[in-house]
Each structure stands twice: as C-alpha cells, then as structure tokens.
Write a protein that binds this ligand. Structure first.
Ligand SMILES: [Zn+2]
Length: 423
C-alpha cells in the first residue's frame, strides 16, 4: 500500500471514533456569548492531544477584558514534531453561537442519526476540530514518519471577533511568520471547496443631533429622527444600487455576496418606545451600519463614500451628524500560487475525484488574524460541513463529509510538511 492508501484506510477505520469525538465536543455547551465552558473544552481537547502524543500548552487571554474568572478565555495548542520540514497549523474555534429557537432535537445532545451528527456548533465547527485531530492521528497510525511538525489549536471567541483566540495567539507570537508555515482552518465551507479569504468589514455608528422642541409645534425644533431618515433614504436610494453594481473578482459565495453591501444593524432615537411619552422633538438618533467592502474598493474609498453621504444628509436636514468607526476588517485573500491551495486541491481530487472549487467567505473568520497579525499568508479555510447550515436550528454535519474532509486534511498536511520552507 502507498502512504496515501494507508492514511486513507486509517481514517476510514477511525470513523466511529471521529463521530463519537465530534458528539462529545458538541455536548460541551461552549456558547458565545457569554463564552461558557471554554476551560472545560480546551482541556477536553488538550487531554486528547496529549494522549495522542502532542505536547500541549494552554494559553489564556491574560490582560483582555473578556477574560474573567467566571468566563475565562482559554485556548489550547498541541504540537507534534517530526523532521525539519514545514510547520502545518490546523486551527479550529470551539465557541458556538447560542442555539436560538426552532430546534427539534437537543442542541447539546450530540445526537447521531441517519448518517448525520446534530447539534449547535457541529457544523461550525466542532466537526472541523475532529477532522484536524483525526487527520493527525491517521498519519500516526499509518506509521508515516512526520517530515515536519503538525500543530492543532482549539481557540475561543471566533464568533465575536477572535480577539481572545487566534488574534491573541498571533499577537503573542504563537502563530507567527517564521514559526508557522501553513494554516488550515477547518471552517464549514463544504467538503469540496477551499476558502481563500473574505470581503472587508466596516462597522460604523452615526449619531444625528437635532434640537428639542415641543411635540405640538415640531416646526420649532429640529428632529434628529428626520435627519437620520434622510440618511437612510440616501443609503437605500443612492448607495445601495451603487454597491450592488460593484462586483469583485474574488469568488465570494453565495453570488449575492460578490457585490458590496450595506446593512443597518440597529437604530435608536427619541424617547424609549416602552416608556412614558412626552411631547418632544427627538434631539438624538443613533444607528449602527455594517458595510461589507470589496478588495477592489478598499477601506479608504468605502469610508470616504459614507462621509460624503452623511454630509449630504446633514445639509439636506440641517441635523448635525457624527461618524464613528466601530470596527474595520480589511479584505483577505490567499496568494493564488500558495502551496496550501495546491495541496488541498490535490487531496480533494484524490479523495473526491474532482477539482476543488475556490470560494471566498461572505463574512469574516479567523483568517484575518493569521494574515494581518501573524503575517502568515499561506492560510485557507477548508473543512466538513455545509456553510448554509452554520448558525441554523437543527445544525448538522454529514458523517461522510466529515470522514472525507479528515482524509483530505490528512493528505494535504502530509503534502505540506514535505514542501520547502520559505523561511
Ligand atoms: Zn466558524
């Protein structure tokens, strides 16, 4: 048997173990917010890595406000060293979004039925963590000498920005240029697709300030709500069509997200609606916007366009506007000649018998921290699970996809450890 055949056979033999490990992970309710059971989950993963011969570190996000005694932010990193070849880092976030309504089964029961594993976070992305772990395990069981180093990390808070998770590891130098050669994040992008990046994000808050007046004589005041509605009108009538006409060359999925977009996250103005009402013209109205911009647009142009729109709304309404940046994430794209894309593509062809589809994510994920903070360009997301099922009720992952993704990650990891080190 060839090395490839041996590794593939070991993954197949481990199917039941992979499924039960995934179900065990689902049963730890690592809900974010608030960031529950992180310590337990990090140690669950860490103990398993240790049993499988990894040296394990626990890295708590000391110094960050969200790292509290009640909800500690604990990450786990395991590494198994072989030859002098490249370091391949497999990273998965173990936080999950709250279950929400609409479930027909226990979201934390780890139910296995009809060839699927069910539960909150199974698709996004506890199955991915299991795939990473058993990819490494299959390589070991196949008796293949490691040409390089495999690292596996379980990290926190991806769903809320990843600052205590991958960003913390990158800032602390644990994932870093010169130390980490290749990163695969087994997020659920579908078993035959490689995700090479994402659009940019610009979250901003707009405050409209008018002038109070008696509600029976609104013409003597200046309504901040009227001012904000002028801005919303411009966003809807002018900006949105312009954004929809811009298309990126980056293969963002679904196709609707291949364009620039804007969404209003929330709006708050005038008196609290549930409170006792008084006849007053609203002197304050605030709204938060989510602008997704394309690599071709760039942040500066996206922001300048918003400033101009806010200026127009101010002149039209007489209301004073302030614009405040809340969050900026720059677009990320893996270099198209990256060995990590080539290795996964070869493995997908080998296991699934078809070429990989390259896609980019409509949202962002921890790739941004790997690229921008760790300065490791060779990062992609590839993992089991169907993208559309993430964050849905009755979330599930197909066992076949999980097993295939495990094979693909194992083969790609081996391939990458044989690659030449850049540094
Ligand atoms: Zn995820």
């Amino acid at each position: 048997m060839t090395v490839t055949e041996r590794v593939v056979a070991e993954v197949e033999r481990a199917t039941d173990e992979i499924v039960s490990y995934t179900a065990e992970l689902v049963r730890i309710p690592t809900v974010n917010p608030p960031g529950a059971e992180y310590d337990a989950c990090a140690h669950f993963i860490g103990r398993d890595l240790e049993r499988r011969g990894f040296s394990v570190e626990y890295i708590a996000a000391e110094g960050l406000r969200e790292h509290t005694a009640r909800f500690p932010r604990v990450n786990v990193v395991g590494s198994r060293r072989g030859g002098p070849g490249p370091v391949v880092h497999l990273n998965g976030h173990f936080d999950v979004v709250p279950p929400g309504d609409g479930w027909t089964i226990d979201p934390f029961g780890g139910v296995v039925r009809d060839g699927r594993i069910y539960g909150r976070g199974v698709c996004d992305m506890k199955a991915g963590i299991a795939a990473a772990l058993f990819a490494a395990e299959a390589i070991a069981r196949a008796g293949v000498a490691l040409p390089g180093t495999i690292e596996i990390s379980g990290t926190v808070d991806e769903e809320s920005g990843g600052f205590a998770g991958v960003a913390y590891l990158a800032e602390g130098g644990r994932i870093a240029e010169g130390r980490t050669d290749f990163v695969i994040i087994p997020e659920p992008l579908n078993v035959d697709r490689i995700c090479i990046g994402h659009r940019g994000v610009y979250w901003f808050e707009v405050t409209a300030r008018g002038r109070m007046g008696h509600g029976s004589m609104p013409f003597l005041g200046l309504s901040a709500i009227d001012g904000m509605s002028e801005l919303l009108h411009l966003v809807r009538e002018d900006l949105r069509p312009a954004l929809a006409a811009r298309t990126t060359a980056v293969p963002v999925v679904p196709p609707g997200a291949r364009h620039a977009t804007i969404n209003v996250n929330g709006i708050d103005g005038g008196q609290p609606v549930d409170g006792i009402q008084t006849p007053c013209v609203a002197d304050l109205c605030r709204a938060v916007f989510d602008r997704r911009f394309l690599m071709e647009e760039g942040f500066d142009a996206a922001k300048a366009e918003i400033e101009q729109l806010v200026g127009r709304a101010g002149r039209a309404s007489g209301v004073r506007f302030d614009l405040r940046d809340l969050m900026v994430v720059h677009p990320t794209r893996t270099p198209s000649d990256s060995p990590v894309i080539a290795a996964l593509d070869r493995s997908i062809r080998c296991v699934l018998g078809k070429p990989a589809e390259l896609v980019a994510s409509p949202g962002t994920y921890d790739h941004k921290h790997v690229a921008r903070l760790a300065h490791v360009p060779h990062c992609v997301a590839y993992g089991p699970g169907i993208l559309d099922l993430a964050h849905q009720p009755d979330e599930w992952c197909a066992i076949d996809d999980l097993v295939n993704a495990t094979k693909i990650i194992a083969l790609a990891t081996l391939d990458l450890m044989r690659a030449r080190r850049d540094n």
